[in-house]
Structure formats: structure tokens, C-alpha cells
Design a protein around this ligand. Structure first.
Ligand SMILES: Cc1cc2nc3c(=O)[nH]c(=O)nc-3n(C[C@H](O)[C@H](O)[C@H](O)COP(=O)(O)OP(=O)(O)OC[C@H]3O[C@@H](n4cnc5c(N)ncnc54)[C@H](O)[C@@H]3O)c2cc1C
Length: 330
């Protein structure tokens, strides 16, 4: 693969405009020849995370197809760059200092196919889980109603084993296609992925989920599936703070307790550090009330862990993935 460092005029008009915007720093755009993919330097990540915080990626690419994804990976390998995969950023806390290496966003990897013969839905990693839940409901396909309130991508949901309303991805996944660091593709079954509560062996691995196949149940009355989907969405809106940026539940539930209950009983609802607050509606959410820094959220997570441990002798384990450098002491 031939890679050239492009002047603005090599790229499309919109890319050139973006480059101008970023030119306050030392912004560069690399054009991966043979693909329509560019790699940008110093790309702010705050717009790409649901917390709306975080610094810049040293390098950032959002490939639109498998070839461009492979070319981005190859670029990282050639330049010895660490790779971080980004879905919708709805379970991530990115450091204010940003991330070294190459951040690859899957947001433009899009395709979906509902196969009525098998009842299987095959979707690219960047497809939005809530959009798929609505689409399935409109077709009268059951199986994704529970997922409507999870604002992530297919890839993120497969890696996190996302779940709600007593269902989760592991229950319905037939297979996931992953791209290995050497550029080859592999198909994995749920057993190979090794699922348990909100975890999988794909977390922290160097494999990138490119697409997934889910088993759904077609043939139901769309009105009924839509009604259940709406009910789940409504339930979420009334019990969880969707009005401020967040990452959803911050901590895993330490069976038999609910993390939110422990935090609330510890008297931390409403506790605030900088712009980060323990949500009043649901204590397992930390919300960005405006102007929060990643370090505020990080310090609030530490504070909650310390307080809950003091009161209950339980160390809450974060579900949110904290990436980049954070200060050890708050
Ligand atoms: C308001 C709100 C409500 C939420 N409710 C729920 C809920 O009910 N249940 C639940 O389980 N979660 C919930 N979440 C958390 C989050 O939406 C899920 O964890 C989701 O699955 C994350 O998907 P994502 O695409 O945003 O992944 P990201 O946050 O971008 O990434 C999460 C992890 O997966 C990795 N990753 C992402 N895509 C890929 C890929 N293609 N290949 C390899 N690795 C990848 C990342 O590197 C990172 O380690 C909620 C979040 C919010 C903001």
C-alpha cells in the first residue's frame, strides 16, 4: 500500500475545510492512497464520546469500508502506533490529555441485512443499536426491543456484552467478524468470545469487530413489537438521566447489590466535583452538568469507590472504560 502525506488539495473539499479548522495546532492529514480514507492528527475526541469530554487523538481515522479499515491498521503498524477502537464512545472516559497513537472510529462502517429466510440480522460494526431496534420493530422482528435505550454501536455492544431488561448481546449473537492485527478476518462464536456479565474476551484485545450476526424472530405484529420497544424507551427516559451527557451505568452491579442503590445509600446522590455530578435520578450515573473535564469524572469515580468501600466493604468495579492518562491522586 502506498501512503502519502497529503497537502489539503489532495483530499476532498470537506476534508480540506476541516484541516483548516484544525490548523490552530500542528494539524496534518494523511491520505491513504487507494482508499477514500484520511488520517487526521490532533482530532478532538470530545464530540465523539457521550460524556462530551476528552482531549485529542494523536491520529484519527473513520474508515468507510473494510479496505480502508485494513489500510488504517496497516498505517498504524508501519508507524508503530498503538490502536484504539472507538464505537459511539458511549462507554468511554477519554483523558483530557487525549490519546497517543491511532484512534479508529467505526462510525462510518455501515450496512445491514435482515434475512427473512433465517431470521438473522447481519450488521456492520458502526450501525447504531437503537436505530436497529426501531427498524426491527417496524418490520415485526422480535429480539431487539430491550436494546432501544443503549446508545452505542453494534461493535461496542458486542465487545461490552451490552444488556438491559434481562437480555444481552450474548443471548442473541450468532457470530462476530473480527479483524486481526495482521489484517485477516476471523469469525467468532459467542463461546469463542467468552461472554459474562458486561464483559467479553474482546475487551482490551487488539481485535476489531467489523460486523455481527444476530438471531431475531421475524413474523410478529409490528404494532406489538413497536409497543414493547416504546415501553422500554419510555421506562429508560423516566428512570435514567438522558438529559445530560453520561456513559450510562458507571459501575458494574456487584451481585447481589445494585451499584446505584449502594451509592445512593452512601449519601452520594447529587455529589459534585467540578462539572461532574452523581445523577439525582439514578446514582449509578455520573452526568456532565456542563463544562466537566474528564478529570472531574475520574475523581468522582474514585470518590464514589472510596466512600462505598468505607461504608460497605465493597470495591465497585467501573463498567466505563477509562482510556489515556489520568492523575493517580485527585
Ligand atoms: C445514556 C446511556 C445509557 C446506557 N445504557 C446502557 C444499558 O442499558 N446497558 C448497557 O450494557 N450499556 C449501556 N450504556 C453504555 C454503552 O452504551 C454500551 O456499553 C455500548 O455497548 C457501548 O457501545 P459504543 O459503540 O458506544 O462503544 P464505545 O464506548 O465506543 O467503546 C466501548 C469499548 O468497546 C471497544 N470497541 C468499540 N467498538 C469496537 C469494535 N468495533 N471492535 C473492537 N472494540 C470496540 C472500545 O475500544 C471500548 O473498549 C449506556 C450509555 C449511555 C450513555
Amino acid at each position: 500500500m502506498k501512503i502519502s502525506q497529503a497537502a489539503g488539495n489532495v483530499c476532498t473539499v470537506s476534508t480540506t475545510q476541516k484541516q483548516k479548522k484544525d490548523n490552530s495546532g500542528e494539524s496534518k492529514i494523511i491520505y491513504l492512497q487507494g482508499t477514500d480514507c484520511v488520517i487526521k492528527s490532533q482530532a478532538s475526541l470530545s464530540a465523539f464520546t457521550s460524556y462530551r469530554v476528552g482531549g485529542a487523538a494523536e491520529w484519527y481515522a473513520a474508515p468507510r469500508n473494510l479496505e480502508a479499515l485494513q489500510a488504517s491498521l496497516e498505517y498504524a503498524k508501519e508507524h508503530d502506533l498503538a490502536v484504539t477502537t472507538l464505537g459511539a464512545g458511549s462507554n468511554l472516559l477519554v483523558s483530557d490529555r487525549g490519546l497517543p497513537g491511532l484512534v479508529i472510529s467505526t462510525r462510518h462502517l455501515r450496512h445491514s441485512n435482515f434475512d427473512p429466510q433465517t431470521g438473522q440480522l447481519t450488521v456492520a460494526a458502526g450501525e447504531s443499536i437503537p436505530s436497529l431496534a426501531w427498524e426491527a420493530a417496524q418490520l415485526g422482528w422480535q429480539g431487539l426491543e430491550w436494546a432501544v435505550g443503549i446508545p452505542g454501536t453494534v461493535g461496542g455492544a458486542v465487545v461490552m456484552n451490552a444488556g438491559a431488561h434481562n437480555s444481552c448481546i450474548a443471548d442473541m449473537l450468532v457470530s462476530a467478524q473480527v479483524l486481526l492485527p495482521n489484517g485477516t478476518l476471523e469469525s467468532l462464536t459467542p463461546a469463542q468470545i467468552g461472554y459474562s456479565y458486561r464483559t467479553s474476551s474482546l475487551q482490551g484485545s487488539d481485535r476489531i469487530v467489523t460486523q455481527a450476526t444476530f438471531q431475531l424472530q421475524p413474523g410478529a405484529d409490528p404494532a406489538k413489537v413497536l409497543a414493547i420497544t416504546k415501553e422500554h424507551k419510555q421506562h429508560r427516559l423516566t428512570t435514567q438521566p438522558y438529559n445530560f451527557p453520561s456513559c450510562g451505568s458507571v459501575f458494574r452491579n456487584p451481585t447481589p447489590y445494585a451499584a446505584g442503590w449502594l451509592i445512593e445509600q452512601t449519601g452520594l446522590k447529587g455529589y459534585q466535583i467540578g462539572g461532574a455530578q452523581v445523577a439525582l435520578l439514578h446514582a449509578n450515573f455520573i452526568v456532565n452538568r456542563g463544562g466537566a473535564k474528564a478529570s472531574d469524572i475520574f475523581c468522582l469515580i474514585n470518590h464514589i469507590q472510596q466512600q462505598v468501600q468505607e461504608h460497605w466493604s465493597i470495591l465497585l468495579e467501573p463498567e466505563v472504560k477509562m482510556i489515556g492518562e489520568f492523575q493517580a491522586v485527585c
